[in-house]
Design a protein around this ligand. Sequence first.
Ligand code: AMP
Length: 175
Amino acid sequence: MDLKDAIRTIPDFPKEGIMFRDITTLMTNPKAFKASIDALAAPYKDKGLDNVAGIDARGFVFGAAVAYALGVGFVPIRKKGKLPFKTYSQDYELEYGSGTLEIHADSIRKGEKVLLIDDLIATGGTAEASMKLLEKTGAEIIGAAFVVDLPDLGGLGKITSMGIPVTALVAYDGH
Ligand code: AMP
């Protein structure tokens, strides 16, 4: 099936010029949701993964389902101030201003194999900050997987150049 048929595009959201790729319509479509989880998980079936890490908040939906499909644990990477225990923090640049992501310092043990998941990669800033957090835990990053890639923004290339295998299920031109 073509997953793009299940993804809704909202022009000019949250601001003019952005084509917002709304994956909530994919989540409410049982066939498309299952197909996307199966496709994200497939390359990692025999890789000896320990954990899937998902990025706040849509990355939790796909990441937790992929973790369940692979029979491994799930680690949330959250926006600043949400995690209650000792954390590692990583600042990153947004289009306007900056943000901070955090991970529980004890969520992954040194050498554990981790797959990073988010719904969409654009500039790759969010994914890059998440990789840095995973590195701080001592994790071995086995790969990164996204439902949607916006290749014109270069994020997937940025992560690939860090030497991490990256997959994306569908791609859209433009922003
Ligand atoms: P980036 O850090 O530039 O790769 O941005 C990725 C994050 O921003 C993801 O968590 C996406 O959910 C969100 N995002 C960026 N651009 C879009 C878009 N056109 N449609 C939907 N979500 C987007």
